[in-house]
Structure formats: C-alpha cells, structure tokens
Design a protein around this ligand. Structure first.
Ligand code: BES
Ligand code: ZN
Ligand code: ZN
Length: 502
C-alpha cells in the first residue's frame, strides 16, 4: 500500500472514498469543519443532521455524497468528546476505515485531519491512525496456500492541513505503517494453533525473523536448559513431548557496551493447565497463551529492521507446552529454579510464572538497563480490568509511568497495580522458598509478586499482565485472533525515552 501525506487536496484530486475522524465538538451546527472542500463540509453537515450521528467513540456512519465529480463515500469515524480523545481511538478508527474500504472494494482512501486544530500536531494521531489502518487490512489465512485477497487497498493519502508539520506527519505515517505491517506479519505466527506452532516451530520462525531483520538468534533446547539449570522451564514442559526452548534474539546496537534493554515474553504454545487441568469449555483460546512472546517477537523485529536504537536490545521467549502427560509435574512437587530458590508447585496451571522465573533470572544476568516482561499470566487481570486496559506492575515508578504514557500514545493502555511487601507472605510454603499460587485473593498481584522474587534486586523491571492479547470475534476494526498488544507500545516507548527513563 502506498501511503502519502499532503497539506491539502483540491476537490478535483479527491479519491472516491474519504475517512473523517470526528469528535462530538465537530458536529455541533456552528463548528466550521475548515480544511474540507466546501461542498463536502456542507454534505457531511446535512448527513449528520439527517442521521443523528453523534460522533461517539467507535460510532460509524457511511455518508455517501453525489458530487459533480461522481460518487464519494465518506467514512464518518466517531471519536467521542475531545477531552477524552487518545491515540487508541484513532487507531481503532483507522482499523474501521480499512475494514470498510475492503468491504466496499475501495482501492484508494483519503484521510482528512485538516478539519480540526486538534490534529495540527501530527503526533500521535498520524502514527496511531496508520497503524490501525494497516492492522485493519489483516485477514486470517485459513490455509497455507490460500490466495491473497483481491480486496487490497492500494493507497492511503493523509491530508494534514498544516504545511509546517508535513515532514513529521510523513515520518509518523511511515513508522505507523512499519508497526502495523510488522504486527500483521507476526500475527500469521501468533494465530497458529497449538498443533501447528509448538515451541520448536516458534524457535524456527524466530530464527527466520531474526535473519530477515538483522538480529542474532540463539536458543537453548532441553539439553542446554538442563545444563543451564532452568529447572522451572523444564518442569512446565515435562508433561509434553514437545521440547521447550528459551529463545534469544539479540540486537547488538551501535553502542554495544551499553547495558541492554531486555524484553521477556511468556510463550506457552498451549496451556491445558497440566495436571491441574483447565475446564474444557473455551480451552481452545489457550493457543494464545504465547501472546507475550509474540509481542516480544514483533517488537524485536521492529528493533532490528526499523527502530535501530544505539543501545543493545535482547528479546527472550520462554517457550513450552503445558500438558498433563504421565511425566508431568504433580501438585506438591518441589523444584529448584535457576536462581536457586525452591518452588512448591501447588497448581500446575500457574505455569507462566514458572517459565518466566528462569527467563527473568537469565535476563538478570545480562547486566540489563531494565527488564520488561509481557505475559498472559492470570485470568484475574481480565476480571479486574476487562479488555480495555492491561495491568502493569513494577519495582520502578519512572519505568512504569513512562510505559503507561507510551501506552496512552499507542492505544495499548496500561493500568498499575501495587506490589506491596505485605502481599509476600501469601507465597510462603512450608516445603519450599515459595509456592506458585496464593490464597485466591489478588490473583494478578500475586503473579507479579512471584515474578519479582526472580528479578535481581536493583534492576528496574516492569511486568505486564495482558488482558487483550486476542479477540474472540471480529471487531469493528479488525479480525478475530491475536492483537499483538504490547508491540506498538514498546516501539513507541523505545522511540521516545525508552531505557533512559530508568
Ligand atoms: N494462561 C493462564 C491465564 C489466562 C487464562 C490468561 C485465560 C488469559 C485468559 C495462566 O497460565 C493460568 O492458568 N493462570 C491461572 C493462575 C491460578 C492457577 C493462580 C488462572 O488465572 O486461573
Ligand atoms: Zn495456566
Ligand atoms: Zn498460561
């Protein structure tokens, strides 16, 4: 898809479809809608009056005008009241615009941002809209040799209204397209079911991605994990015939002596719960228990191919399958994790924290500037926060705040939960240093407290418990399946201050 940015578009240059993000303030009678060709502004105003379109966030209306130049389809994209506007709303609007364009077999779309002062500064709107627009073009391939859809959008033109910001807007649109494109590429892996994407396949795909993005690839298999005393990862994998892998992707950076940023992803390729078996209903979604790792993979691919920071960046994917085979761990089993702490496994379904325990210990040994982990760790996070926002827990206030701010600028929003020392006793075990579950209260925080015990003290660390790593049905702005929540957030965070915030 060709994406271009212009300061204005005369009526004769218009495509046959336009996207128009509108806040509720824009649709009052006297709001001028400058920056739109006059007859279009008038047509939109009449349409809004006629249909009662309110411009609520996610509201959509297809406004068709018959102009002297022919038919013009205008996507009215509701963005809600201006004070509550954030980048996520524009990202969703972008997705919706692409979905509608595909539905109507439209090849060229003009996005207008010229009708309101609020978009005059292109950050973060252009990046968010473009990311969402590209994400909205994604479709699940139902078989490996399925033909690419004929419904492809050829061009997106972004009309900014402001000449002085043109260069920034262009850069932001390029970055947005790179982020959206990378997310879509990794979605092809993330959407694969458990049988098609066991840890060895994730390792192979990671190696391919690494090769194409200029990253170094290495992986520890079962034998190497044994040598490295990663007993906690091995314990999770021991009920499965699939070999676990700790996959490492390294971007060396120009200043290779600087302490690296280390990102870690829970990559359980299927979570049955193990001997603490999950109920059958809805278990199929546990193919998305690798989502943390998939977000890390997408981020690392962006690091190598486009972000190219000075500082080294390392991605770790702790990949295993959690199965209830005859060799599986039993409730009550005690293991010795890589950092020497003993763990009593009370519930084999709390496996994410076990693979992460060893991965965080490996990360701690890399002299990191900071560590950020992503994981579908607890169902409790979804209960507490819903799909609208994921949970962040951290031992470092500035790191947590900077990640939250990057979340607001991308739509991958985060909300903090505390890791007070008063929670720690809930993990006490009579038989080991810690047990892997608490008493059922504060499930998400307990997950965070457990992980904290495996990060070397003094290292800034943040843990993100994902609530919206996948969609169970197609949404207004994208297909069902993996969302790669976290990839855009990390890219934005690194692009701004990144590890310098710690
Ligand atoms: N992968 C699940 C958490 C999960 C479930 C995330 C559903 C998203 C949707 C995790 O491994 C798990 O099973 N956690 C347990 C922890 C409990 C045993 C302390 C949970 O959430 O029930
Ligand atoms: Zn589990
Ligand atoms: Zn899990």
């Amino acid at each position: 898809m060709k994406i271009s940015v212009l300061s204005e578009l005369t009526p004769s240059q218009l495509s046959h479809a336009a996207a128009l993000p509108l806040c509720t303030e824009d649709i009052s009678k006297d709001a001028p809608l400058p920056g739109l060709p006059k007859d279009i502004a008038k047509g939109v105003r009449e349409w809004v009056q006629h249909t009662g379109f309110n411009a609520n966030a996610r509201e959509f209306s297809l406004c068709t005008l018959h102009t002297p130049r022919g038919r013009l389809d205008i996507f009215l994209l509701g963005c809600g009241p201006e004070p509550a506007l954030h980048a996520g709303i524009l990202r969703v609007a972008g997705g919706r615009a692409a979905m509608e364009a595909r539905r109507l077999a439209i090849n060229n779309v003009d996005l207008f941002l010229s009708h309101s002062e609020r978009f005059a500064n292109p950050k973060p709107w252009v990046r968010a809209f473009t990311t969402g627009f590209i994400e909205g073009t994604y479709h699940i391939r139902k078989s490996a040799n399925a033909k690419p859809s004929a419904l492809s959008i050829k061009a997106l033109r972004i009309v900014t209204g402001s000449k002085s910001q043109l260069v920034i807007a262009r850069d932001e649109s390029v970055r947005g397209a790179e982020i959206g494109g990378t997310i879509n590429r990794i979605r092809d892996i993330a959407n694969r079911p458990g049988n098609e994407a066991p840890p060895r396949v994730i390792a192979r795909e990671s190696q391919k991605i690494a090769k194409s993005c200029g990253l170094k690839y290495s992986a520890w298999n079962r034998a190497e994990l044994k040598r490295q005393r990663c007993n906690s990862i091995l314990a999770v994998a021991q009920g499965s015939k699939e070999e676990p892998y700790l996959i490492q992707l390294t971007y060396p950076g120009r200043k290779r002596k600087l302490p690296p940023l280390v990102v870690v992803g829970k990559t359980i390729t299927f979570d049955t719960g193990g001997i603490s078996l999950k109920p059958g209903k809805n278990m199929e979604w546990m193919k998305f228990d690798k989502s943390g790792g998939m977000a890390v993979l997408a981020f690392m691919s962006l690091v190598g191919a486009v972000l190219k920071p000075d500082r080294p960046v390392i991605g770790l994917l702790a990949a295993a399958e959690n199965m209830p085979g005859s060799t599986a761990t039993r409730p009550g089993d005690v293991i010795t994790s890589r950092n020497g702490k003993t763990i009593e496994i009370i519930n084999t379904d709390a496996e994410g924290r076990l693979v992460l325990a060893d991965a965080l210990d490996v990360a701690s040994g890399l002299n990191p500037a900071c560590i950020i982990d992503f994981a579908t760790l607890t169902g409790a996070a979804l209960v507490a926060l819903g799909r609208q926002v994921s949970a962040i827990m951290s031992n470092h206030a500035e790191l947590s705040e900077s990640l939250q701010k990057a979340g607001e600028r991308t739509g991958d929003r985060l909300w903090p939960l505390p890791l007070y020392p008063e929670y720690a006793h809930l993990l006490n075990s009579p038989f080991a240093d810690v047990k892997n579950i608490g008493d059922g209260t504060a499930g998400t925080i307990i997950g965070g407290m457990f992980l904290k015990a495996f990060v070397k003290p003094g290292i800034p660390w943040a843990h993100i418990d994902l609530t919206s790593a996948w969609e169970e049905r197609p949404t207004s702005h994208g297909p069902a399946g993996a969302t790669l929540f976290g990839a855009a957030l990390l890219a934005e965070w690194l692009d701004s201050k990144g590890p310098e915030t710690t």
